[in-house]
Structure formats: structure tokens, C-alpha cells
Design a protein. Sequence first.
Lengths: 310, 209, 491
Amino acid sequence: MTAPAQPPDEGFSEKEHASEMNVAEVHGSIVRERADPRAGREPVPLWLLAIFFSIIFWAGLYLAYNSGGFRADVFDPARVAGGSAAQTGPVDPKVLGRRVFTQNCMVCHQTTGLGVPRQFPPLAGSEWVLGQDWHGDNHLVKIVLKGLQGPIQVKGNTFNNAMPTWSMLTDEQIADVLTYIRSEWGNAAPPIPADFVRAMREQTAARTEPWSPKDLQAIPAEKAPAATVPPGPSPVPSAAAITSQTFNCRVVEAHLSRSAGFQPALSGIPAGEIEANQEKTVRQDAKRSRQDARAPVCQPEWRGLFYRIF
Amino acid sequence: MNKLPWIFAGVLLTFASAWLGLVVYPCLALGRMQPVPDEDTGGYFPPSSSGLAVAGQRVYAANGCLYCHSQQVRPAPLSTDIEKGLGPRRTVPRDYLRAQPVFLGTMRTGPDLTNIGARQPDANWHHRHLYDPRSVTDWSIMPSFRFLYKMRQIQGQPSDDAVKGLTGPLAPPAGWEAVPNDEAKALVAYLLSLKRNYPLPESPITPAK
Amino acid sequence: MNLQSPLPSINPANVPDALASHERAEIDASTRGPVLLFFGSAVFWLLVGSVLGLLAAWKMTHPGLLDSMAFFTFGRIRPAHLNAVIYGWASQAGIGAGLWLMARLCRVRLLRSKLLVSAAVFWNVGVLVGVLGILAGDGRSIEWLEFPGYATPILFISYACIGVWAVIMFWYRRPGHVYVSQWYLLAAFLWFPWMYATANILLVWQPAQGPAQGAVNWWFAHNLLGLWFTPIGLASAYYMIPKILGCPLYGYSLSILGFWSLAIFSSWNGMHHLIGGPFPAWMISASVAASVLMFIPVVTVAINHHMTMSGHFDALKWSPTLRFTVFGAMTYTVVSLQGGSMSIPSLNAVTHFTDYTIGHSHLGMYGYFSMMMFGAMYYIVPRLVGWEWPSAAMVRWHFWLVAIGVLLMAASLTIGGLLQGLAQYDPTVSFRSSLEYATPFRVVRGISGFLLLAGHLVFATLFVRMLLKAGHHREGPALFAVPAAKPKAAA
């Protein structure tokens, strides 16, 4: 290796050196300084090394057990990707109702059905849900269909918030979720059939505004008729039931319809036969959506050369 | 022995290891994600937001909302986020596909906002809250953002845009109204778009027990 | 390899590493301009940052404070405080100390110091533009990187000179033993541009797609702590402790182990700021493992420093430099072990998103790094200016104000944060309650901010008086107390 060149000289000369520094006047703080530090020779203690190697060993084990197989699509450390098992039978409407609740209602009314004091009313023990006092089952369905705002009294407390409309849910979904809330958290009220929801939807088709409590009180209370179909699991899963099932089933159905070019009849396909391998559907789905011309350009337009390399 | 090349090489190689693992890898693995199609509506998850909501991200960044509010729902048992109702499921990388920048946040001086659009779907509530948080929640320590609003005299009828139902010491006096300027409207549009309660295959919604 | 040193060689053959006084004076004279400018600007930004921090702290307990203007909203004051103290105070103090230490340890003069003076000016312009940009609403809300895109290139231009010059000094060092501080400084000066460039490219100029940004952000932010500030602070501690005591460092092998384990493990820590976040599980677990593995470098360095100090702790009674430095070094051990514990998911479940994290970050950036820089400045400035610190009483005030301030801040936020976190973890406790647990501790934190600001004003006064060579001519250093009778007395 060749010696590097001398650093550039900035007019350094003996004369300038002498005039810059008056040796006698070098400041006392510099004169009294001790020698620059140097390193001693003590070795690393063996016990310290032993501790270090046990920590390294622990780290290795931790990584082995908590890395989800080092996969990009596993986010929970202890879980290894494998997907959840498919439903092996028709789905209980109460389970479907609970899913609808968790996806839509739980953000405000909470999993406990207790709501948030002064903000979101409770559903547990609520006279609105159970159809007590002036409240009827028709009121309950209409609230879900059109929304509710204005000050209301629930179990003696006042709430003044705005519940949005949930009319985008199907009649079956609304019936399932209302059945669920009427039988959960100690509530015990009869289920609401989908037909009743359909009837209420037709009745209120013209209305665009959310209800106020006064509007509702003006409507006489009605009880939902007893369900004509026993509220047990239906043998033929309806389209609505399938769409609210585990998402992988829906994705697989979509994948089947795309690749085979047909819309399979949803009824008659036992849920157990639909392949519920989540991992595969995610990959297939991602690949298909890349190929799909409808897929939005979700990378921003100003991706630069850096990204084109990858 | 000339130490410089050894130190130099060691310093660069050790740094490169994590640079590869924590920078290059996420850009490759996470940086090319696509949204998932939603068969029910023909749209995509995560849904695209309106232009106003995208502009609202800029207002969110400019005013540092991130320093008090997080936007991530963690799973159980590490956290009780789901039990507390912050969201129906944990958030995953695909949820942040359209975020620019990503406001994950590391502080909860105020509540998490991942699903604020679902919890509070009313734009006027957001305007009231931004104008004077303590008029909506009296124990709040959130600062007022009334500088995003214009105080105007009511000309005849109150304007459609004006914030309704303002109370408290900062409310406009009689005959005056508070009208959101463009930044406030964009910010509220963005907040209303914060709903991550759609299903994603990699983050199943586990129903309440 | 034979280097021709620009300095006349007068070394006796058996003490090849020693510098004569006039050589030291020459080196100091060459570093005077840039280092004093970096130090002076750092003190200025320390005051600005303290005021901003105090304002942010009191806004949390009194939200109506100055809330009518966008310029002063909490969401802008807080990042303005953060960036002013990181890039304005801490980085410049670190660069100043780093350049002086590198020059002294490499035993070469710092050439072209005018270029470095320009670099210092550029750096300050960049920080000023950045902080004003944040207050004006152009902040990027990317934690630890909030400067708008028009401010960061200025910092880059400035750093180009600084980094290059530090490496050149190392390249032209006088032959002889390379001391551990030099490795840390060389590494820090090489790591900083890499991390800063990556973060700016992938987060600001050509942002990566959403999900990847969080990882890049916190890889950068943690590296700024672990691979920019930590090495500079450790380099200073490794120099000051043996230098002032006149004793050798305890163990060379320990310092090698400490350095390389820091290099290997530290950069993997970033994801521990995002435990539970939307990332593949292995990334989070890797960071958790790396955070616990940081025990190795931290304990190694602690043993090295402690054993060097062992038997000489009475020096803390009289030496300001040593007192600040050892305070910083001890805090380094505590805060790093605390950080490792916070990364374990079961504790993180309670401390994440709370004031506990803020207490930890202040204990690290202030209790460790800032105290270390105060110590370095107390040593270096007299040698550059040719004057002793004018008032030992003021130094004493400075020390106690900031020591009590930072300990009070850390204690209050730690306890408050734990209570807040336990309340947040319990789903039956309302958010309002968790807030109310934290509030009294935030008030105490606000009071500690006044103590810190007062301490900084004292220090700034001392610094200005040094620059002006005010006060009567002092023989001998400004010490807290008279050292016990010993053959040699030094500062």
C-alpha cells in the first residue's frame, strides 16, 4: 500500500508557526493537562462473556419462536400462517349476527353492549332493544334502517348523538344483528325475522332523514311476528349468509367466478368444500388484482427510478 | 497495522445488515402491495378516499395531530385495543396503502383515530370538536383549532357550511357564525375517511366471545 | 506506513503518543473557529429548544395557552422543540466536540477551518429554516425528521464538509495507537450521512409506499440515537474520564467488544417503537431481540468506565467536566437498560403510547447526551478561548439545576406514564381516567422544564462571558471544590 500524499499545505511555514504560537503563553489549561488517554490491558471477565452468550442464546430462541416463520403476511408473532378452518356446516344466524355487530356496531356500542357513557347508548337492558314502554320492534328496525338523532333517553340517561343509517346492510343481516343484540348481555327478547325487516324497509322507502324520537313515538308500536321459519340454522346458506361468512370464502368465490368466467350458484355449495386456505387466496388474490385492469394505480405517480429498479 | 480499512469495512457492513432488513426489505415486501377487491360493492379495500380527504392528510401533518393521536390497532393479548373498541381487528400494512405519509403515531395523549370515521360519522361533530374540544368533551386537553375557521357575520340566513351547535366560551356571539375554511373541510373529510373496519384476508375479524 | 505530519516531531521514542503543550495548543488553535461556532450555535438552540419545550409541556396541562394562532399550536411547537434540540443543540454540540476530540486524538491540526466555519453557518441556516418551516405548517409529521424538504438539503451540504473533514483527519493521523474514541467518532461520522440520506430519500423526497414508511422512519430515528448521538457521547466519556484522572482506561478488549456489539445490534432496534404495529412479525421480533442484546455493549461500556473510575470517585467532588461526564455515563447505562426492558412485549403493552416513553427519551437525550456534552464543553472551551470559566458558583448552579431538572422530569413521566399505561390497558377504565392519572405528573414535568431552562440560562451566561473573557483572570481551573492534597492537580 502506498503512503498517502502529504496533506495540502496552507502556507505553513516556520515563521508563521513561530508568530502564531508564543510557546510561553500557551494557556495554563493546556500546560497542566495530563497525557492523552491510553487503554489498559484488563481482559473481558469470563462471567461477563457467559452472561452475554446466554443472552445471545435467548435471542436466538426468541427469534425462532416469535417470527411467524419469517413470512411477510404473518403479523402475530406466535402464529404460524395456516389459515382458519372452514365452517363445516351451515352457520348459526346468531353467529352471523355477531359478525355484523362486530364489523359495524361495536365501534360505538362496544363489545360489552354497554356503549360509552354520555356518548353512545347501551344496548344491554335497553328498553329500545327489548321493546318496552312505548318502543316497538318496528321502531328498532326503523332506527337501523334510517338512523336516529336528537336527544333520547336510554335507561334513565340522556344521549344526544347521531346514529347513521345502516340501510346498506341486507334484510338478513339486519335481522341477524337485531336477533343477536336481543339475546346477548342478559337481554331476552324474541328474534326479528328478515321478512319483518323487508316490510319495514318498504314502509320507509320514501324517508331520507334520520328519525327523531318524536317521529318514532308518533308511530304506534308493533311486535315482529314470530318467525315462520324456525330460527335455527338454515340448510341452504343464502347469498347474504355467505357474504357475511369468513372472508376467505368470499374471496375464493370471487376467484372462482373470475377464473372460470361464470357465477356459480352460491346455494348448494357446502361451505366445507370451499377451499379455505387463506394463504393461497391471499397470494392468488394479490396476483389477480395486479393483473386486473380495474385495479387502481395505487403507487403514487411520482415513483422514481429507485422503484423501477425493484 | 493500518486500522482504517478494517474499521471502515466493519462499520459499513454492520450498518448494512439492518439497512437491508429494516429498510430495503419492507420497501420490497410491503411497498408493492395492492388493494383487495370487494365483491359486494365492486370497490377495493382499503377504499380510495376523496381528493378532499387526501388533501386533509396534509393538514393533519401540518398541524401535528400525530403527536397526540396514534392510528394503529394492536392485537390481543399484547393490547386491549380491540376489546376497548378501537377497531374490530388489528391493522395490517395493507390498511395504510393510501396513506401519505403514514400516521402510525407513538403517543396516545388523545384516543387512537384508526376508526374515528366509524365512531363519529357526523362532519358537524368534528367541526365542533376541532373548533373547541372542551365544548364537546369537557375534560379534553386537545388544543382548539379555531384558527382553521372564519368568524363571519350572518348575512340573512346562516350559511350551510357554518358549524352548528357551537357552545362554550369560544362560541361565536349572536349574529355571528364560524365557517370552516378549506383546510378544516379537508381535515374533517380525512377524519371521516378513517374507517378500517372493512375485512382483509390477512386480518380476520374474530367475533366477540 | 510513514506519514509526514505537518507538526514538528519532538516525541521521545519511548512515549510515542504524547503531545507537547505547544502541539496541543496548535491543534486547539486550528479547531478554535469551527468548534466555538458549533458550540455557540448549540447553546443558542439549547435556549430556543428549552423555551419551545417548556411551552409544549404547559400546553398539555393548560390547553388554552396560546391556542388562537396556528403558529403556536401544540402540534407544531412540539416538533419544533424536538428538531431544535436534536439538530440545533445536540448535533452541533456533538460535531464540535467530535471535531476537537478527533483532532487531538489523531494529533493533527484541523486544516481549512474556514470551510468548517461555513459548514457551521450552513447548518444553522438549515436548522433555522427548518424550525420556522415547521411552525409555519410545512412540517412533515415524520418523527425525528420533521424538517420540510427545503431545509434538509442545506443540512446535507453542511454535513458534507464536516464528515469529509473528520475522515480526512483520521486518514492523516499521526502514526501510533488508535484510541477507542476515534473508532466511535469515525463510525458516527460515517453512519450519519447514510441514515440521514436514506431517511430523506425514502420518506421525504421519493416516499416509499405507505406500509414501508413506518419501518424506515423508526429505523432512522433510533439510529440517530444509537449510532449518531451515542457514539459521540461515548467517545467523549472514553476521553474525558481517563484524561482527567490521569489513569489508563480499564480494558482494551472491553472497548473492542463494546464498540462492535453496538455496531451490530444497535441498528436493528428501530422496530421496538412499533411493537404491535402493522408489520411482519419477524421484524418486530428481531428488534425485540436486538434491544435485549443491547445489554452487551451497554454493560461492557459501563464496566469499562466504572473500573476506570474505581478508587477515584472523589474526583467528582471537584471536577465539573468529570461530574457532568460521569452523570451522563451512568445515565447511559440506566436509560439503555430501561429501553431494553421497554422493548419486551409484556412491558411494552403497558408503556407504549404513554408518557413513559417521553420520560425515557428525555433521560436519554438529556440525562445522557446533553450532560455528556456539557462536560465536554466545560473541558474544551477554556482550551480554545484561553480563559478559565469565570465563576465556579455558576457552574455549580448549572449542574444542580439541570441534574435535578432532568431527574425530576424522568421520574414524573415514568411514574405518570406507568399509571396512564395501566389504565389504558384496562378496558373497563375510561380514557378520561387514564388522562387524569397522567395530569399531575405532567404538571411536575412542566416545573422541571423551568429548572432546565434556568440551568441553560446560567450556562449560556457563562459561555458568553468566556467568549468575552469577562471576569478577573483566574489562575487554575474553575472547580467545584479544592481537590484533596495530591501530587498532581489537573482539570
